[in-house]
Design a protein around this ligand. Structure first.
Ligand SMILES: [Cu+2]
Length: 158
């Protein structure tokens, strides 16, 4: 994950996020061949105007009998892609950077509004609702999923 905390709207969390991200960057993903245990569905991006960060959402299904972590996200369409989690502390809601999210064995991880999201910043081209962007999702078993995400405006997104 590429850390660009200064570009983030929630600057108060930047130093915390940066320290989390440094740990994640040091871990080297293993590369293993084999059948794909993870499948992605309902992949979409909530686009926002005025260069505000976009958010990627996806449902990940694990057909294996072991927990598998989503450990990294990258995109040819954005300069920065980070896994974030929305957390509520009583009356306030913030988001923090996380270095992994677990897809349980024979289960699903739903990356959806209110829970996790993939924060997307620094678009490398003009991206608008109706476009398709690609995210590379890397997992703890060495698998990488190159996944198309449908770009939607907030008005049409569910
Ligand atoms: Cu975020």
């Amino acid at each position: 994950m590429k850390s660009r905390p200064t570009a983030h709207r929630f600057a108060a969390l930047a130093s915390l996020a940066a320290s989390f991200c440094a740990c994640a960057a040091l871990s080297t993903p293993a590369h293993a061949a084999g059948a794909s245990a993870i499948t992605a569905s309902h992949a979409w991006v909530r686009w926002l105007p005025n260069n505000l960060p976009a958010a990627g959402y996806v449902t990940l299904t694990n057909t294996s009998d072991k927990n598998i972590d989503l450990t990294d996200v990258a995109s040819p369409d954005y300069g920065s892609a980070m896994l974030h989690q929305t957390v509520s502390n009583g009356s306030t809601t913030n988001m923090i950077m996380v270095d992994k999210a677990t897809v349980p064995a024979h289960g699903k991880l739903t990356i959806a509004p209110v829970g996790y999201h993939i924060m997307l910043e620094e678009p490398k081209r003009k991206i608008a609702p109706g476009d398709t962007v690609h995210l590379k999702l890397r997992f703890s078993d060495g698998e990488t999923l190159d996944t198309p995400f449908a770009v939607k405006s907030p008005a049409t997104a569910q």
